[in-house]
Design a protein around this ligand. Sequence first.
Ligand SMILES: [Fe+2]
Ligand SMILES: [Fe+2]
Length: 275
Amino acid sequence: MATTEEAQTIDGGPPENPAPEVFRYYELAKKQEWQVRDMPWGVLPPIPETTGAKERVEKRRGIWRSVITQQLQADSLAVEMAAQLLEMARHQEAKLYYSTMAQDEARHVEAWLRLIGEAGGPTERDPHLDKLAQIFLGLDSLEEKVLLMQVFFERMIIPRFRLIARSAPGTVLADLCKRLTIDDGIHHSSGMAYERVLLRSASKKTKQQMIKGASRMLPIFVDHVLWRPKERDFITSAMRTHDLARVKAEVEDGIKIAASLGLDASEIEYHIPAA
Ligand SMILES: [Fe+2]
Ligand SMILES: [Fe+2]
């Protein structure tokens, strides 16, 4: 195996701007790699079990099916994004890393597909997430894709996995969410590392374009965070104030991270609806 120093740069991946910090994430990802067959299938129930009247059992099951459907949708889109990053990366070290990320996202889809099968099948898709994905997939620059996908999106999804794992103890669903917390932690951190490498040589125009891309994404991101499928819509009004506070905190966090990367994030415009 090539050492960090030996790892060659390709496709204009400039030798004066190598990415050894990204190569370290490649090694970490290989060490953390797991298989869907390692999950506790048949040992633990797929989702929390409910007893009682048939209608109540079906309603609870519908909630869990909708939770799994949303994550299956997100990870299916992540496969496409990771494949684009693999193709567009300009450094050999980053390509190696993205080859592991593409496998991770495909494995996540495999696990969600098996889980949704065991839980009774998928429910409706989140239309805002589809819109968001179209924006992500249509971005021209690698710098923007890394920023929106890895720096923003993969970070925001981690607390959600923790929440699901806590709400579904002793299930295959919780086991999967714990694995994804670790994987997406690596995906986010590697994105931060690669973004720093890319920004070392990015033009002012590219940086401005990144801010514009983030501003365009934000309103749809807000819709996505505030949306619930009909199985969980009954809690939407009760959760409105909490949801708005959460989305505001997430957006402000994202802006702080962008600033820490040296982007002039004060120019990001966004609007959070009033309660
Ligand atoms: Fe994933
Ligand atoms: Fe991911």
